[in-house]
Ligand binder design. Structure first.
Ligand code: NAP
Length: 259
């Protein structure tokens, strides 16, 4: 049993819904004091209220991960409310789907700004507080798309998700002297509101391509993040955990049919 999350101050960006909500709920259930971050205070606070009703400690906070000013306010608020910052889950991200032929420079900048700069800025803002923690942890939500696989319409998205890992591999070296670890979870297809917007056909065809034959849950990602944030994972840094039901493994479309 991982007991080392109890009492720790945790920030999860993009936690009002989807994977971030799953991550935040797992930390709240394990005794973390959780800051639930999204751009919309009502939604962040409604999620935090759900966690409080279930016996957890949580607070909603409105902030845009693309704004350094917002990230500094977030770090100050979390540190003052919960006595510091121990764990940052840089999770918020967007995945609009546009093929390269139709992709504009503006589309590219928008996705990069949210997914890449939006990983760097909360980390930079929280660093002074993470340095003071005896269990400083950063867990980035990347994806299988980009680092491992490709999918039409997600060239720009995949580039940002692979870029997060490039950032991580230097961050973990720079932060090692503070005892801060930096790792990433790479989800496959996870049942979220954002993914539901891609339509039932998408979900069905994805499930058929996954050896475990179903999409993952947001809590599946939460438990991987929880492990990486635990005291027990202190010697793991700069690493990735793929949580995808085996989706990246089949060598051909026929591989599952022949199993
Ligand atoms: P989602 O359901 O659309 O939720 C996204 C969350 O991020 C929301 O809370 C949203 O709240 C917040 N957000 C978006 N832009 C933001 C900004 N600029 N500043 C602050 N918060 C912002 O997405 P998801 O599917 O859970 O995806 C979360 C992460 O998992 C992303 O990094 C994504 O790349 C990754 N991922 C997802 C899947 C999947 O199958 N769903 C697979 C692989 C990787 P507001 O709109 O209120 O700000």
């Amino acid at each position: 049993m991982l007991t080392s999350i109890a009492g720790k101050s945790v920030i999860v960006t993009g936690a009002s819904k989807g994977i971030g909500k799953g991550i935040a709920s797992v930390f709240a259930k394990n005794g973390g004091k959780v800051f639930v971050v999204s751009r919309h205070l009502d939604e962040a606070e409604a999620t935090a209220e759900e966690f409080r009703k279930a016996g957890g400690t949580a607070k909603g906070f409105a902030a845009d991960i693309t704004s350094m000013g917002d990230m500094q306010m977030l770090a100050e608020a979390a540190a003052s409310a919960h006595g510091g910052i121990d764990i940052l889950c840089a999770n918020a991200g967007i995945f609009p789907q546009t093929k390269i032929e139709d992709l504009s420079p503006e589309d590219w900048d928008f996705v990069s700004s949210t997914n890449l700069k939006g990983t760097f800025l909360p980390i930079k803002a929280c660093l002074p507080y993470l340095k003071k923690s005896d269990q400083g942890r950063i867990v980035i939500t990347s994806s299988i798309t980009g680092p491992v696989t490709g999918f039409p319409g997600w060239a720009h998205y995949g580039a940002t998700k692979a870029g997060q890992l490039g950032f991580m591999r230097t961050a973990c070296i720079e932060f090692a002297k503070y005892g801060i670890t930096v790792n990433a979870v790479l989800p496959g297809n996870i049942k979220t509101e954002g993914l539901a917007a891609l339509g039932p056909d998408y979900e069905k065809s994805m499930a058929a391509s996954i050896p475990l034959n179903k999409l993952g849950t947001v809590e599946d990602i939460g438990y991987a993040a929880l492990f990486l944030a635990s005291k027990e994972a202190a010697y793991i840094t700069g690493q990735t955990i793929i949580v995808d039901g085996g989706q990246i493994l089949p060598e051909s479309m026929d591989a599952l049919a022949q199993a």
